[in-house]
Write a new protein. Structure first.
Length: 284
């Protein structure tokens, strides 16, 4: 975040010629600001260290997701639906083949991406369908597996269609309609499919002690009060986080009154949040 703000100051949007000159021919591609800053500001030793650390972070993320995807294909698809009695040797072979397949697909998809920003926004849109279902499953007894499946698939389909039909539309507007579509699909799937059995609900409640609405299986008055308290803490956490982030941004841009005011709001919200959390822990 701070490096991005520094880039806006060193390469202001109002002076693209400066970015073009310092970037040595990289005109218009502001995603190159980070490596250009590295080259301009860092001495030789630190430049090498930062480059190696970025490559290490990149590789750790890549191999984690490739192995993660291979485990899904081998355990959750192959062993569950194709070969239920598959041996460990066979599963290892399938996982190795999956690693190669996922890597090839990743290279093909990456070769078509022209902007990290657009790729990230598209990725956020695809994952937007899991927002509401992942909240509902912790607070509402009626949510089930189909709630998440419907939200996930509708967000995937909606993102593909909307980004294809409206390529010039701002990502925020597309995200709004994708969230609305996926939330509607998730709720529809919830009411159109049978609920989770009471025995499963009781096991879940015994294991997690959730708060919210649980079909009379818990003290719902106390759980709803607990839910309201958690929502209050969530709001304070959001205010503290965003006030701190934007406060630092305004300070970097030398807008002292706004930056200090936001940091003060963030500090008060954070202190209040800690106090409520401590009282809640003492009560529980």
């Amino acid at each position: 975040m701070v490096v991005g703000l520094v880039a806006l100051i060193v390469f202001p949007l109002s002076d693209p010629a400066r970015f073009h000159a310092l970037g040595q021919g990289v005109a218009g591609d502001r995603e190159m600001a980070y490596p250009i800053l590295m080259k301009l500001i860092l001495p030789s030793g630190l430049l090498g260290l930062i480059f190696v650390s970025l490559m290490a972070a990149f590789m750790s993320t890549v191999d984690t997701h490739i192995n993660w995807g291979a485990s899904y294909l081998a355990n959750d698809i192959y062993r569950r639906f194709i070969r239920k009695n598959a041996s460990q040797r066979e599963l290892v072979a399938i996982s190795r083949a999956s690693v190669i397949l996922i890597s090839i697909l990743a290279i093909l998809i990456a070769s078509q991406i022209r902007s990290i920003e657009k790729a990230w926004k598209f990725f956020v849109a695809i994952g937007a369908g899991l927002g509401l279902p992942q909240i509902l499953r912790w607070v509402w007894w009626r949510a089930n597996a189909w709630t998440e499946i419907a939200g996930m698939l509708s967000a995937l389909a909606g993102s593909a269609v909307l980004y294809l039909l409206f390529p010039g539309t701002r990502a925020e507007y597309l995200l709004f309609w994708i969230v609305l579509l996926s939330a509607s699909a998730a709720l529809a799937a919830t009411f159109l499919t049978p609920p989770v059995s009471e025995a499963t609900l009781r096991r879940f409640i015994a294991k997690t002690s959730p708060f919210g609405f649980w079909k009379g299986l818990t003290s719902e008055q106390a759980e709803r009060k607990n839910l309201a308290s958690k929502m209050y803490m969530w709001i304070l956490g959001v205010v503290a986080t965003f006030s701190g982030m934007f406060g630092i941004g305004y300070l970097v841009r030398l807008n002292w009154p706004t930056g200090l005011a936001l940091l003060l709001i963030g500090g008060i919200s954070f202190r209040w949040l800690i106090k409520i959390m401590a009282e809640s822990d003492a009560y529980n």
